[in-house]
Design a protein around this ligand. Structure first.
Ligand code: NAD
Ligand code: UFG
Length: 337
């Protein structure tokens, strides 16, 4: 039996593959490499000393999915594949809805016809939207998302929920990730950003490497202690390990479940810069800019459900996240491209 990991060459997917392999779980990776490189697969093979099954294809390709499900004995699909830039989604909404939403529908349809019943989906804390009280708890209502990317995740959650209702033999888990950062401690695997990064820590790293002049801090007039926005950062390895907890817990799950995957702790943009400077010894020049469209001031996870039911909680602190991330950038200043 193997796990199909869609988007397994991407940032979170590749770290999860590493953890699954570490625990002797067989993996088949499906990724069209639209935001990844074949070199990630080579790195995974180097670290694990294993030959991986990698299929370069698109989740919307039904023929590919049918063949894959016939050829390999897949018990569970971990579905990471998606386009993920909030900013790009504002400019290309149809691309985001078609890749993320239609892709997931096709995947579910093909799983159903191949009689594969376990589904773990990468959702996002952004589904809680603008009106949700903090900390975000799984029982909060979701909606009022601020951009097509987040709306695509919201729509997929509803689709999975409704689909599982009429297919009760199906088990599905949506994991609402907060802000994953960090890299594998070896420095062999990390976030392989291409172009100018959208996210805070990859951007800071590019400034530290001298590739970008300065960081634009989007907003310093939020209602937060230092005026800059606060986020719940968690180490990508903690996040990857959490998927193993979900996998082990699947036999106990009935129908559709949702879990927050965050650390429950928040740091502001200015606090993150300070910690980065301390760890890297580099000065990060920055300039205040207007708020970024769709950004929220502050949110973090209520982590009790994942802790109580899955026995999972984030263990690595912000210093470890930033140290591991910086180690990855030092070892791979040009990424893997
Ligand atoms: P990523 O872009 O690094 O990985 C996604 C992978 O999916 C890439 O390798 C890409 O090539 C692949 N892919 C995209 N569309 C595909 C398609 N149609 N067919 C096949 N492969 C396709 O992103 P990530 O940061 O690893 O995110 C993984 C998942 O977690 C995504 O679903 C993302 O929305 C979700 N998520 C990410 C974050 C974050 O901050 N990184 C936060 C919350 C949720
Ligand atoms: N920020 C800056 N300058 C930058 C980049 C970011 O000031 O150059 C600020 C943002 O305004 C925000 C904070 O840093 O206040 C964090 O921004 P990120 O882009 O790193 O993260 P987001 O919280 O906006 O979004 C991320 C992922 C989403 C995911 C979400 C889940 O990009 O895919 O976390 O919480 F859904």
């Amino acid at each position: 039996m193997a796990i199909l990991v869609t988007g397994g060459a991407g940032y979170i997917g590749s770290h999860t593959v590493l953890i699954l392999l570490k625990y002797g779980i067989e993996v088949v990776i499906l990724d069209n490499l639209c935001n990844a490189s074949h070199k990630i697969i080579n790195r995974l093979e180097k670290i694990t000393n294993k030959k991986l099954i990698f299929i370069e294809n698109n989740i919307v390709n039904r023929i590919c999915l049918k063949n894959l499900f016939k050829k390999y004995d897949i018990s569970t699909v971990m579905h990471f594949a998606a386009l993920k830039s909030i900013n790009d989604s504002l400019h290309q909404p149809l691309l985001y809805y078609s890749n993320n939403v239609t892709g997931t529908i096709i995947l579910l349809e093909e799983m159903l016809s191949a009689n594969i019943r376990n589904f773990i989906f990468s959702s996002s804390a952004t589904v809680y939207g603008i009106d949700s009280p903090i900390p975000y708890c799984e029982t909060n209502s979701i909606g009022h998302t601020t951009n097509p990317y987040s709306t695509s995740k919201l729509m997929i959650e509803f689709i999975i929920r409704d689909f599982v209702k009429v297919n009760p033999s199906f088990k599905a888990v949506a994991l609402r990730y907060f802000n994953p950062v960090g890299a594998h401690e070896s420095g062999e695997l990390g976030e392989n950003s291409t172009g100018v990064p959208n996210n805070l820590l990859p951007y800071i790293a590019q400034v530290a490497l001298g590739r970008l002049k300065k960081l634009n801090i989007f907003g310093n007039n939020y209602n937060t202690p230092d005026g800059t926005a606060q986020r719940d950062y968690l180490h990508v390895i903690d996040l990857a390990e959490g998927h193993l907890n979900v996998l082990n817990h699947l036999p106990k799950i009935k129908g559709y479940k949702v879990y927050n995957f965050g650390s429950g702790k928040i740091f502001s943009v200015l606090e993150v810069i300070k910690i980065f400077e301390k760890i890297s010894g580099k000065k990060i020049l920055f300039e205040y800019k207007p708020r970024r469209e769709g950004d929220l001031p502050s949110f973090w996870a209520d982590t009790s459900l994942a802790k109580n039911e899955l026995g999972w909680q984030a263990k690595r602190d912000i210093y470890t996240m930033i140290r591991d991330m910086w180690n990855w950038y030092i070892k791979n200043p040009n990424g893997l491209n």
